[in-house]
Design a protein around this ligand. Structure first.
Ligand SMILES: [Zn+2]
Length: 226
């Protein structure tokens, strides 16, 4: 039964996806990524304009979140949902809470903001790569961090194909995404506080693995007896 929901937000390239992937290895945990639950046409529309930066309209987000939580509660083995890069705005905090409050019993919500210094962010954005072959993104904009072979940083360890930089990591788009994050983060924190959701900050500057270990006790103490 779903008992814990962990919204994870933070600047681009702070390590949110890597962190959620690591934490999701334990049984009973799932990752929610918004773009996997919105129609392909909607994603395609956000990709056509660089200024939108993948922004998805509130109506679509509200529906996607509500449907996701209604479905996940029918899976008896799932006790924890980690939200990778969600909420992205104050409105989305409200949409999340509206979806969760209809569930019975209402799961506990515990938010995490991933923080890293500006230098590390730029460095990670420069170095990270994606694989178009291993991650079949519906609009050909893969996001998941790919692992390179030991001998060649541009060869995918998964399929042997060529790795690419992430589209949104180009210097111009990255700067715009970082600015958007700084504008929305304050609003997200305020809305979480208004909803009385505890928020911890997690520093991933040194290692993302180490940060995942710091977060592990919180997930265990909040999940059902094991
Ligand atoms: Zn690959």
């Amino acid at each position: 039964m779903l008992s814990l929901v962990v919204p994870i937000f933070g600047p681009p390239a702070a390590g949110k996806t890597t962190l959620t992937l690591q934490l999701s290895r334990a049984p009973g945990r799932r990752i929610f990524r918004l773009r996997e639950h919105v129609p392909q046409e909607t994603l395609a529309a956000t990709a056509s304009s660089p200024e939108q930066l993948g922004w998805i309209d509130d109506f679509t987000v509200g529906n996607a979140v509500r449907r996701y939580f209604a479905d996940i509660t029918t899976e008896p083995d799932v006790h924890t949902v980690l939200l990778d890069n969600f909420p992205g705005s104050g409105i989305q905090v409200g949409q999340l809470m509206a979806a969760i409050e209809t569930l019975f019993p209402v799961p506990h919500v515990e938010a995490v903001e991933v923080i890293t210094d500006a230098r590390t962010l730029r460095q990670r954005a420069r170095n990270r790569k994606v694989c178009h072959h291993c991650e079949r993104d519906p609009i050909h904009d893969p996001r998941l961090p790919a692992t390179a072979t030991a001998v060649d940083p541009w060869t995918c360890a998964g399929c042997g194909g060529l790795l690419h930089p992430r589209r949104g990591d180009s210097p111009r788009l990255f700067k715009a995404r970082l600015q958007r994050y700084h504008r929305s983060a304050e609003e997200i924190r305020a809305c979480l506080a208004a909803a009385e959701i505890p928020l911890s900050q997690l520093d991933t500057t040194n290692t993302i693995d180490g940060a995942a270990e710091l977060l592990a006790p919180l997930l265990i103490s909040r999940s059902p007896a094991q």
